[in-house]
Each structure stands twice: as C-alpha cells, then as structure tokens.
Write a protein of this length. Structure first.
Ligand code: LLP
Length: 876
C-alpha cells in the first residue's frame, strides 16, 4: 500500500465524525519511532491519514529507544542508586516533551512520579518479579501519555488507553512465575463489547505495547517482541481492517540483508509462510504476533517509517493466483544437534517417549527431528532454550544410559521457506549440489510442506547464503521476477547505489515507440544515445588502452559506425563480421579476429587482410603453420574456470571448447617459434554476463603472470562479459569499481597494454523489441498472452531461460494485475518470452515492450517457421 512521502509540515485534518461501525486500524511504532519530535510528526501524519480513510485508529507505542533497557538495569541496581536512575529517565522524557513544544505534560508527570515511587520503594509484598514488571511497564506508559497530549495538541483528538484494561494474560499452568510476569501470553478473542465501548469514547487512541494484566490484576510484560504482539492483540480484539507495524526497514526480505544484500523485499506472504520465515530467523517480526491475526484473518502490514512510499510486506490469508515460489532462505546459528544411536531398540514401544522425557526433564524443547532405524537426531534451538554447556552435558549423561550420544555443535540450520516445497524440488538441483560440498548433518522437511532445512557447520553459513540465494533465483525456484511477490532488493533500496538508478530511456520515448510499433511490428528499436553513453562510460576512466566492440552482440551498421566514432575497435569472430565492419567503419579502426574452430580459409583471409588474429588451439600452427609466418598473433588461454549468466555462455574450464589449456602452453610457444609467428598478446574471456566488478582485474593479473614467463607479450586482452542485470531492481555492474580493480593490477604490471572487448554492455540496454498482442487464451491454470514476436526474433528466453522485462507499452501506467504467460507464434512449446508475468489486462493490438534486447537479440534471430524476425530501426 503506497503512501505519499511525508510533507515537512504536519497538521491533522478536521473530519466528520465516524459512524459506530467504522473499521479499526491498528498502527504500531517502535522505540526509535517515538524518540524524537520529527518521528512524532510522522506518527501524527500517519494516524491522521488512517482516520481520514474513515477508520478508528489505535496507535500502539513502545518505550523511547533505550528506556526499557534502562528500566531493566534500574531493577538490578542497589536501592540507593535506583532513585538517581529514575531521575535520569525523568530528565530524558521532559527533554523530549520540551522538544515537542509541550511544556509540562501532567499526564506524563503522574507516571514519572509513580516511577520515582516504585524505584524508591523497591519490591513489596508482591515480590521481586511483580515489582520488575511494574517498573518496566513505565516505559510504555510514559511514551503513550506523552503521545496522547502531543497528538491532541496537534489537532488529532486522541484518547489515552491503558492496554491493561483491554486484555488479560492467559493463565497457562506450565508457566513459572517468571514467565507469567515477564513473558506473558494473551489469547485475544474478538471483543465487540470493547470495540463498542471504545467507539463510544472516541476515534483515535494511543496505548502501550508490551504490557498486559493477569488474572489477579497485576501488571505483566509480554516479553521479547512484545509491542508487535500487543498490536496484533488489538488487531484481533477489535477485528481490525489491518494492523500496521511501522519500523526501520521496508518489511521482510527473502534473506537476511546483512548476509545477502541482493535479498528481495517480500511484498506478499500468507500467514503460514510469514510465520515460518519469522520462526526460522527473520528478526523484523516476532513469530508470536502472527497467530492471533491468523485466527481473526486480520492482515498485517510491515512498513518503513522513513520510506512510507515503499510497498512494504503485506501478510494475509493465502492467495491462489501465484506462481509457486520459494519465498525466503533463512539461517539460525547456535544450533546444537544431539544424535542418539542405538541398535535394535527403536522398535520398542515407548523408547522415544523415554528419550524425550529426558529432554523434558532438562527443560529443553526439540526443534528438528530426523530418524532412522538405529538413529534419531534432534536439534536444539538457542532461541527456545537456555543452552548452556552444563545443561547439554547433563542431558547427554542421562541419555548415555539408553543410547550412544553425540553432541554436534556449533551448527546452523539453513531453511528454504515456501508454500508447496515438495512441488519445487526439481528446481533445487543446483542448491542440492552446493550442499553436496559441505558436511550436512541433518535434512528435514516440515510436515506442513512449507520448509526444507539443512543443518550444517556454523562457520560455512555466511559464505553459503548469498550463493544459495543467487542459485535459487537463477533456477527460477525463487521467483524474483514476479512483482506481486517480490519487491526491490535490499541493496537497491538501502545500498550505496540506491539513489542512482535512472529510468530507462524507453519511458520517455514511449509516444515515438508506440508510433513505430503501429507502423510495423515486431520491431527492434535501438537508441543510439544510450549506446554512445555506455561507450563513453567505459572510456572515461582512461584505464583501458584499447576497447574493441564484440560485433556478435549486434552488428547493425549504424551501431558499428557510432561505436567507431566513439573511438572503439572491433572484435570479430567470422568473415561475415569482418566484412560488416569493413563495409561500415573507416579502415583505420583497429580490428581483432578471434574465431573458434573456424576453417583454415577464415584464418587465411583475415591474415591476408593484416588483421591481428587470436588462436586458441595447437591445430592451426601444427597444420597450417605457413599461414602464420611473420605474422603477429595473440593466444586465448583457458584459465580453468568459466563464469556468466548461464551454463551455455560460460567459456572457460572443463566442458567448454574455448581457449588453450595451460598445459599446452609450452607446445604452443614452440610451434609459434617454428612457424616464425610472433606472439604479441594473451587473451582470456571466461563468459558472458558477469556482474562481479573484480573479475577483469583478476584475469589481468593471471594473464600478466603468464606473460612474464613468455616474454614477447605486449598486450593483455581481458575479454568481454560485462554483465547487464536482467531485472530492473538488480544492481548494475559498478563500472567504476571494474576500472579501480584494473587500475590497481595494472600498477603492478605497467609494461602491458590493457585491452577489453565488451559486447552486451554497450548495446543491451539500448535496444527494445516491440511486439503486438495477437491473442489471449486461458488453458488450465495458465493465461496465455500471444505476441507477434517469438523465439525467431528473440531466442534468449528459450535458450538460456533469460529474463527480459516485459511491459505493456499501450497501458504503461495501468495496474499490472493479471498473471500471463507471454508467448510467441512459433510452433514450439519453448516459444515463451516471459513466464508468470504481471501485466495490466491486455488486449489484441496492445504494444508489448521487451527490454534489454539490444544485445544478442536480432543478432541471434532466425527465419524459423519461415517467419521473418523483427526488423531493426535506430533512433537518435
Ligand atoms: N569476447 C569473446 C571472445 C566472446 O566470445 C564474447 C562473447 C565477447 C567478447 C563479448 O561478450 P559480452 O561482453 O557480450 O558478454 N548469446 C549469449 C552471449 C554469448 C556471448 C558469446 N561471446 C547471450 O545472449 O547471453
């Protein structure tokens, strides 16, 4: 639910009184959100806007940041220091009241007096724990009292509400006194009488998170995450239209952003998935606050107080029309595994009951369980257990009487969460292969089919998580491309480059593009200024001595001419590409010929034209040695690994046909010598679509150390492969960082010239494919949208499962509310341009725009089915 950015000045609008049946909205703000005047302005604005929506509002607040900890500390002080500690808290609250322009706030002063008294008196007849609860409750009582006065003073008439009068803790027989008082639980039921009573009293209320009363009327605390829990209790009691948790991040993410900056915002979760994610590691929401809402079917929204315009995470009942997807990958550290091994005893009636009785006696709750005929392994989660080594040792000693016990720690549990996990197993092969390299102690699959958990050694998790996340996205198991489920990456929202992403050129060119598509479709359109801008971006640093454009990406004559004007040379892999360059650019532009398994005649032709040729095998020198006499050549080596956006474009290492393996280097040098060829340069190109800025510097360093051995080398060609992210929310390659890395290694080897040969980077974003909608069809669960462009025009989705953004250009600003399979007219099931795409409901004749199609689009087109591929147009 987007909110407009908050204006600087705030005042509450006057509104007509609400009818008795007006809905309720509960909004909750945490400690930092109530700690400054500016933040209170935000609360005022948000509460007022909810009221203006026609809802009654309950604002639930935490204590000012740090105050609960200070109160806890106060309780542990010797009696003579407690009053001074309470005095410091008094000053802090009065200072904030002054900052808020309120002078003396009587309602708050009453709670400050009460705190002073409680601090001075110390525990009474009620006991130490009851006193602690009483003292700590003051944090929320104070902040809410202050808030009521502030909001009312600003024109939003607000009633102060004592949360302890609204619900009582459940008396659970298994809880001890500490848990009853300091970590109480409530089972809220819809309470129409309370709703009616409050409706009669007012429209906007402010109340406390974290506190409740018990059956005896004592103040009790709700424990960790208590304020969120309070908000959800109010949501359930009042059967609210929604509960909003305002915090300092935009919501839940597909992984912990601290470990995985590429983690994506989860925009829509059902209660069970959210519960699973919260339970298995996410800290944004306490798992306890979901079940009251689930029963009452009240949606919960998590929003960023500083960025209210972001959609946030909405948690609600399950929605059906969704591509199945893994929603998140989470990890929990500090897991202890207890493996119990025995022979022949598992069949005995009651054996497991006996074993688990030991866990119960030591107060340990078991999380994961794996069992075999002679082994049962369970995990103990530190968030549920007080796991000190004494407890575990005592447990192990007890268990040793009935079986062989092994304690494995520290471990981490890595969990994949998503509804219908078992139906996604076929997409997890890469992930399983990754786990194949590690010690996996236990694998469990939850019986609700929502999670799959791997327990591994704790120290591997930090490296593992980002890799797994990327693999899940690549494999289409985590459907980061479905905009109704996933929002931007954390990096894109909060990272360094967050502000930098400009709108793509085609948004501004929309009227022209619509006209072009109306004339003819399908049609590729290339935006020349974008090509030039990318060329300049690469040249700007001055680090690269010679840039060659990899013509294969897009050999359109106008693009070749423009790139020649920008000072680029040309890298060609066939006589055809060499001819296209010769026909369109001045003879002075440098050229390279870098073929692979080409016939003899191709080499002969290029060498005769004096074109610097790169070899990547012994064969040409062994068999056609005469061709190379007196020629300067370059050598493409295989550095033993490949990289890139898909297996099919990784051009190094085993399984790839490119490059000379290094164990043949000496043979190559000897042959070159024999033939009288002069080896001037080394070349490596590991693959296409690389987004790691350090890559080219690493290649340069490796080539440089080889070059030092060889002696005659003058230039090092680090290849192309500069990636362009498929998804608009992904971070682009940081070209400055690429150049920084290169400059650094070049300083160590200044004797070599640095060459580079990018293709995609220069032209991908400059090109779009325009197509028109042909037909609409529903079949089973699928809703197909036909386009007049298919795999004959753009084969990348079919060949590499490449993701291209698709928009309906005719309805660019309409809500994308329909899930389509976008397909072409070619007679193959693989003729899909985009699966599970959200678009506005589209009609025959609408213009679809397929973005990032300037590289390897038209260049790879075919006349399959004797359908002419899209023709090409260049615009300035
Ligand atoms: N240099 C050599 C030796 C190459 O083989 C290639 C691309 C490049 C440079 C340029 O790579 P770029 O900067 O464009 O990533 N059809 C695939 C890409 C295949 C690339 C083949 N070689 C795709 O559509 O993703």
């Amino acid at each position: 639910m987007p909110d407009a950015p908050l204006p600087a000045t705030v005042s509450a609008p006057a509104a007509a009184p609400l009818p008795p049946a007006a809905p309720w909205i509960v909004v909750k703000f945490g400690g930092t959100s109530v700690a400054t005047r500016e933040r209170w302005d935000t609360i005022l604005r948000l509460a007022a806007s909810r009221r203006a929506e026609g809802a009654r509002v309950v604002v639930v607040v935490s204590a000012l940041s740090g105050v609960t900890d200070a109160l806890k500390a106060l309780c542990a002080l010797p009696p003579d220091e407690r009053v001074a500690a309470a005095g410091r808290l008094t000053e802090r609250h009065r200072a904030l009241a002054a900052e808020m322009g309120l002078g003396r706030v009587e309602a708050m002063e009453r709670w400050l007096d009460s705190l002073q008294r409680a601090a001075a008196d110390g525990p009474g007849a009620g006991g130490e724990l009851a006193w602690q609860a009483e003292v700590q409750a003051h944090g929320e009582l104070l902040s809410s009292a202050l808030g009521a006065v502030f909001l009312t003073a600003k024109g939003l008439s607000t009633q102060w509400l004592d949360a302890r009068t609204c619900y009582a803790a459940t008396d659970l027989p298994f809880l001890n006194e500490r848990a009853r008082l300091l970590s109480a639980q409530v089972e809220p039921r819809h309470d129409p009488a309370l709703a009616a009573d409050l409706a009669a009293r007012g429209e906007v209320f402010i109340t406390q998170g974290f506190i409740a009363r018990d059956g005896q009327g004592r103040t009790v605390l709700l424990g960790r995450g208590g304020s969120d829990t309070s908000a959800s209790y109010f949501g359930a009691l009042l059967r609210a239209a929604r509960v909003e948790i305002w915090t300092d991040v935009a919501g839940m993410f597909s992984a912990n952003p601290r470990q995985v900056p590429a983690a994506r915002l989860l925009t829509r979760l059902d209660y069970e998935e959210a519960q699973e994610i919260a339970t298995t590691g996410a800290k944004v929401l306490h798992p306890r606050c979901l079940s009251p809402l689930r029963e009452a079917r009240v949606p919960l929204l998590i929003k960023d107080t500083q960025r209210p315009e972001l959609a946030g995470t909405e948690i609600g009942p399950e929605v059906r029309e969704q591509a199945p997807s893994i929603k998140a990958i989470s990890s929990r550290r500090g897991i202890t595994l207890v493996s119990m091994e025995s022979v022949g005893m598992w069949q005995q009636v009651g054996f497991l009951a006996d074993v688990f009785a030991h866990f119960k006696r030591h107060g340990l709750s078991v999380d994961l369980i794996g069992s075999a005929e002679t082994n049962v392994t369970v995990s103990l989660d530190p968030t549920e257990n007080l796991l000190d080594s004494d407890v575990v040792a005592a447990l192990a000693a007890d268990l040793a009487r009935v079986c062989r016990v092994k304690v494995i720690a520290p471990c981490a549990a890595v969990t994949l969460v998503g509804r219908g996990m078992r139906g996604m197993l076929h997409k997890l092969s890469a992930v399983l292969a990754e786990f194949g390299q590690l010690r996996v102690h236990l694998i469990t699959q939850s019986s609700n089919n929502l999670n799959l958990t791997f327990v591994v050694d704790e120290d591997v998790v930090d490296d593992l998580l980002p890799r797994l996340h990327e693999m899940l996205v690549r494999a289409g198991a985590l459907r980061a491309d479905d905009a109704t489920l996933f929002g931007p990456s954390w990096q894109a929202l909060y990272g360094r480059a967050a502000a930098a992403a400009p709108a793509p050129w085609w948004r501004a060119a929309r009227p022209r593009l619509l006209k072009l598509a109306a004339e003819r479709s399908p049609r590729y359109v290339y935006h020349l200024p974008t090509v030039r801008a990318h060329a300049r971006a690469l040249r700007a640093s001055g680090v690269i001595d010679r840039l060659y454009y990899a013509v294969k990406a897009n050999p359109h004559p106008v693009l070749l001419r423009a790139l020649a004007e920008e000072g680029l040379g040309f890298e060609c892999v066939s006589p055809g590409e060499l001819a296209a360059v010769a026909a369109n650019v001045p003879a002075s532009a440098p050229r390279l010929f870098t073929p692979n398994f080409a016939p003899r005649g191709d080499y002969a032709e290029a060498l005769a034209d004096g074109i610097l040729t790169t070899l990547d095998a012994l064969h040409p020198l062994q068999h056609w040695g005469r061709l190379f006499k007196g020629r300067e050549i370059a050598l493409r080596v295989d550095l033993g690994r490949g990289l890139g956006h898909h297996d099919k474009v990784r051009t190094g290492g085993e399984g790839s046909k490119f490059g000379l393996p290094l164990d043949q280097l000496d043979a190559f040098l000897a042959l070159a010598d024999d033939c009288g060829a002069r080896l001037r340069g080394l070349h490596a190109h590991l693959g296409s679509g690389i987004l790691d800025a350090a890559h080219w510097g690493e290649v340069y360093a490796q080539l440089a150390s080889l070059a030092e051995r060889i002696g005659s080398i003058e230039f090092l060609n680090v290849g192309g492969g500069l990636g362009v992210p498929a998804h608009p929310d992904d971070l682009p390659l940081d070209v400055h960082a690429v150049m920084r890395h290169l400059a650094e290694v070049k300083r160590a080897y200044p004797q070599y010239a640095l060459w580079m040969e990018p293709g995609r980077y220069l032209v991908a974003e400059a090109g779009v494919l325009l197509a028109r909608v042909t037909q609409d069809k529903r079949k089973g669960a699928a809703h197909y949208l036909g386009a007049d462009a298919g795999m004959n025009s753009l084969i990348r989705p079919a060949l590499y499962a490449a993701w291209h953004e698709i928009v309906n250009l005719s309805r660019l600003d309409a809500e994308a509310d329909t899930l389509y399979q976008v397909v072409g007219p070619i007679c193959e099931t693989g003729d899909v341009l985009g699966s599970d795409r959200r678009l506005p409901a589209s009609a025959e004749g609408d213009v679809l725009l397929i973005a990032n199609a300037g590289a390897y689009g038209a260049a790879m087109a075919s006349r399959y089915n004797l359908r002419e591929p899209a023709e090409e147009t260049v615009i300035e």
